[in-house]
Design a protein around this ligand. Structure first.
Ligand SMILES: [Zn+2]
Length: 186
């Protein structure tokens, strides 16, 4: 397991659309990558992370199941896995009811902004072994999943605010990104 380097804006990789993961790509390598992604998320710490945030342009996100609706066995013990990996996630239904949440992002340091999204979303996805699932996410969990899915389209929260606000942030960022040797840090 490994903690990976998280890219930050304005790294151009974060603006790229990711490609679907094909049937032949499931296996040990993909499972290990999902696990590394989760490790990186917990180390940050964060509640979700998308593959492009570590420079991998495949449609894979991980989220912390601790924030998802608890599933329990017959004795009331949580049966949640260590993390939830969603491969090729798709929204198949979204509630008309919206909610506003102040979101932050590991790739957009020191920035938080109110974003409006559907309160409930029904997601179709494959797990890291290729098994298909459908699951409703609600409230905070729905926000996290939709935020991470945005990354797969090359969209970060900065793209959801006014151009003025985005410009100001990037200007501020520019100053802190200059390394000692004069090059820019992503
Ligand atoms: Zn993010």
């Amino acid at each position: 397991m490994a903690v990976l380097h998280v890219l930050t804006v304005p790294n151009p990789i974060l603006s790229k659309k990711c490609r679907p993961i094909g049937p032949g790509e499931f296996g040990e390598d993909l499972a290990r990558f999902a696990s590394d992604l989760a490790e990186t998320m917990y180390a940050a710490p964060g509640v979700g992370l998308a593959a492009p945030q570590v420079g991998d342009l495949r449609r894979l996100i991980v989220i912390d199941p601790g924030n998802c609706t608890r599933e329990q066995d017959d004795d009331g013990r949580p049966t949640n896995p260590r993390f939830l990996a969603l491969v090729n996630p798709q929204i198949i239904e979204a509630s008309k009811e919206m909610m506003v949440y102040e979101e932050g992002c590991l790739s957009v340091p020191d920035f938080e902004e109110n974003v409006t999204r559907p309160r409930r979303v029904h997601i179709r996805y494959l797990d890291e072994s290729g098994k298909p699932h459908q699951k409703w996410f609600e409230g905070y969990d729905a926000i996290v999943v939709q935020h991470e899915m945005d990354h797969l389209e090359g969209v970060v929260i900065l793209d959801r605010v006014s151009r003025l606000k985005k410009g100001r942030y990037l200007q501020r960022r520019q100053k802190v990104r200059v390394r000692n040797d004069g090059t820019l840090e992503y």
